[in-house]
Design a protein around this ligand. Structure first.
Ligand SMILES: [Zn+2]
Length: 303
């Protein structure tokens, strides 16, 4: 069985027309899986609906003044602009539910080996401010949550979204039991890229072949050196050649190969993987579904 974590609220957010965030992609991915997978594969999926993370849990990593202002719509306009969403109750509920989803994904990965969240990857959220469509950092919060699970003393966050995981790097800079690893495009948002524990910056127009050749040995080395008890994997598809916010030249099969490599490498060493779908930007939200579904296909080929 492959646990998939999903909530219909992920795609329920009223945004201004032409807003860049592909809010309906989560629903499209959920529907695409049902429409495209063979019945025998659909029967191997086990859907779980998460609950919202508690504010107390969020405040363990984020500044409580920031969180209070955020949930009560008291952030200055400039701080909301940096986040990039208009404030709404819906936005807050969706955000807290998605972070709860990534935490649940770590629990289910711990039990089953691989679990996938059909949301998550809000890596630009910092300790006391949000940015780039990220309000709170679900990856950091889930890593912290994972450390409360039996037998988990070391977490590796591998962030393969095309954008640098700046918020994750800063929030977790002092956490020795959580290792952060970002693979990203060297000339892309965010302009300032604070150090993760491991950073692999690749140039614009990186091809599938060059991407895998650079990433694979460093990932293997990271596993060997840090020996994590669980891996949290941000499988952003904005590395794809047609992405509107990414500058890499990675093909569809390259996404599958990357995802399969990460999941397989961990499985070979009996390390559970909690994966999130991460970034992926197209005006045609539906076109993102087959890209994100590579992760689910790679997992189905291993479980
Ligand atoms: Zn991204």
């Amino acid at each position: 069985m492959l646990p998939l974590i999903y909530h219909p609220i992920y795609s329920k957010l009223a945004l201004p027309p032409e807003h860049r965030y592909p809010i309906t992609k989560y629903r499209h991915l959920f529907e695409h899986l049902h429409a495209s997978l063979a019945t025998k594969d659909i029967n191997r999926l086990q859907f779980h609906q998460p609950s919202a993370i508690s504010l107390e849990q969020v405040k363990a990593l984020h500044h409580s003044d920031y969180i209070d202002a955020l949930v009560n719509n008291q952030l200055p306009a400039a701080k909301m602009r940096r986040i990039g969403f208009p404030w709404s109750e819906q936005l807050i509920t969706r955000t807290l539910t998605s972070a709860g989803g990534t935490c649940l994904t770590t629990e289910l990965a711990h039990q089953h080996g691989i679990a996938i969240h059909l949301s998550g990857g809000y890596h630009h959220a910092h300790h006391d401010f949000g940015s780039g469509f990220c309000l709170i950092n679900d990856l950091a919060l889930a890593a912290q949550h994972a450390l409360t699970l039996e037998g988990i003393d070391k977490v590796l966050i591998i962030d393969c979204d095309v954008h640098h995981g700046d918020g994750t790097a800063t929030i977790l800079a002092e956490h020795d039991d959580i290792v952060t690893f970002s693979v990203h495009c060297d000339k892309n948002f965010p302009a300032r890229k604070p150090d993760s524990n491991i950073d692999l910056a690749l140039p614009r127009e990186t091809t599938t072949e060059d991407y895998l050749a650079a990433f694979q040995p460093i990932f293997q080395l990271a596993l060997a050196q840090h020996q994590p008890d669980i891996v949290i994997y941000d499988a952003g598809v904005d590395i794809h050649q047609d992405d509107e916010l990414g500058y890499f030249n990675i093909c569809l099969d390259g996404l599958y190969q990357r995802d399969h490599f990460v999941l397989n490498s961990c499985q070979q060493q009996s390390i559970p993987v909690a994966a999130v779908v991460g970034g992926g930007y197209r005006k045609d939200h539906q076109a993102l579904a087959p890209l994100h579904s590579q992760l689910i296909q790679a997992a189905l080929d291993l479980v």
